[in-house]
Design a protein. Structure first.
Length: 454
């Protein structure tokens, strides 16, 4: 704990210094972690002892395991620790709540978002009652719950909670405190998910600049902010800038965290999306296939981010003309998404959107139309009529209508979609340009039909 004689500036500097030391310490853990994390070593021995010091050490070891990417072993340790603290200290003791918080983070990292959310909601309610709204542990718990809501694509709730947490942390800790910056980073993700790309980009770029100034270029939190800023650039159609930033970020992640760390793999996934957006499909495919292989080994076949990589590979296959392979992979991915996340989850709807594209490319227009119509209807209900993903589905459905000779319906839909794209994304966004092209094709088809009829 920092001495009360520290003033605000000294305290801020001390916190920054402690964070730098912690980062260096974690980077040096290597061989130590390979010993302490072994299930037949300290972990199982410690679990036989209920002394508070031993439970505290077990809690700290779980934090280190999670930091190293070993989420399953961290979960096992946190579940045991939480159970013991519940029995010894009761449900509302701060140490019990710390264990519950840690376990919820593990569950979320393992893709068990529903369980994570339930535990996070309960933990936050207890923290608020026991410690108050503005206590640092309460704010950390609120930050955690927002992460769970975001993972479940409940972005409006996540956004409200993130905005409140950012406001409180800014007042309590200051704008450059690491916890405040983490809240700002997460809020930008929510804004982007809600289609507010301009606000998201402004916030993510400001957050990245602050991280670089406070922690330096290579700190994992700085790299997370860089990853986030690149996604915002891509969402605004600035693919070349996104690729430059993602290339640098991936190189740093590989050096700092290693090839198979989940954050490194997320960065590789991001860069593959950039390559695809720039039309470099061979490079995108190579990186996507490598990322999918690693994620299957590290996270498992059904983890949502593994399925996101499978989506990526299928996109590359289709772009390279390998439509049958793309269809097989997309069919499998959609089935897994629906089983893991449900029919209406935005990730499931993205997968359905992709499969409809495969069917269209293979000339199976009736099947493509049925799936596109369903996906558009679901996205309008789940995301809203003006969400960029909904507009992409509208573009798709119009293609199917036109392929089946229903030109007037296609034209009406394309006119509406173009109007929405211009309003939401701007005149020069790639998706707006695609929508404009589609409408031009409709109008040309109508003119040609009129000339033949005359």
């Amino acid at each position: 704990m920092l001495s009360p004689m520290f003033g605000p500036r000294q305290r801020s500097f001390a916190i920054m210094l402690l964070e730098r030391v912690r980062h260096l310490y974690r980077s040096m853990l290597g061989e130590v972690r390979s010993v302490t994390a072994r299930p037949d070593h300290h972990v199982t021995v410690d679990l036989k002892n209920d002394h508070s010091d031993v439970l505290a050490k077990a809690h700290n070891l779980a934090v280190e395991l999670r930091a190293s990417g070993d989420h399953e072993r961290a979960r096992i340790l946190d579940e045991d620790n939480w159970s013991r603290r519940l029995q010894l200290l009761g449900e509302d003791h701060p140490d019990t709540l710390a264990s519950a918080h840690s376990l919820a983070v593990d569950l979320s990292a393992l893709g068990e978002y529903g369980r994570a959310r339930a535990l996070s909601e309960d933990t936050l309610a207890r923290y608020r009652r026991v410690l108050g709204e503005d206590h640092l542990d309460t704010l950390r718990s609120a930050h955690n719950l927002a992460n769970d809501l975001r993972a479940l694509d409940e972005h409006e709730q996540a956004c409200r909670l993130s905005e409140d947490t950012l406001r409180r942390r800014s007042l309590v800790l200051g704008k450059n405190h690491l916890d405040t910056l983490r809240s700002a980073n997460n809020l930008s993700v929510d804004l982007r998910a809600l289609g507010e790309y301009g606000r998201a980009r402004a916030l993510s770029e400001d957050t990245l600049a602050r991280y670089r100034r406070v922690l330096g270029e290579d700190h994992p939190d700085t790299l997370t902010a860089a990853y986030n800023a690149a996604v915002d650039l891509r969402a605004l159609g600035e693919y070349q800038q996104a690729r430059v930033l993602d290339t640098d970020t991936l190189a740093r992640y590989r050096r700092v965290m290693g090839e198979d760390h989940r954050h490194t793999l997320a960065s590789a996934h991001n860069l593959a999306v950039d390559w695809r957006a720039l039309g470099e499909h061979d490079q995108a495919r190579q990186l996507s296939e490598d990322t999918l292989r690693r994620r299957r080994l590290v996270l498992g076949e059904d983890h949502p981010v593994t399925l996101a990589s499978a989506n990526n590979v299928a996109l590359d296959l289709r772009a390279l003309g390998e439509h049958d392979q793309a269809r097989v992979l997309d069919t499998d991915t959609l089935a897994r998404y629906r089983r893991v996340l449900g029919e209406d989850h935005p990730h499931s709807l993205t997968s359905a959107h992709n499969l409809a594209n495969d069917l269209r490319a293979l000339g199976e227009h009736e099947q493509a139309r049925a799936l596109s119509a369903d996906t558009l209807s679901q996205r309008r209900r789940v995301l809203g009529a003006d969400h960029p993903d909904t507009l992409a589905s509208a573009n798709n459905y119009a293609l199917d209508l036109r392929a089946l000779g229903e030109h007037e319906q296609a034209r009406a839909l394309d006119e509406d979609t173009l109007d929405r794209c211009r309003r939401v994304l701007g005149e020069n966004h790639p998706n707006t340009l695609i929508s404009g092209y589609n409408l031009a094709v409709d109008l040309n088809a109508r003119d040609e039909s009129g000339q033949v009829a005359g």
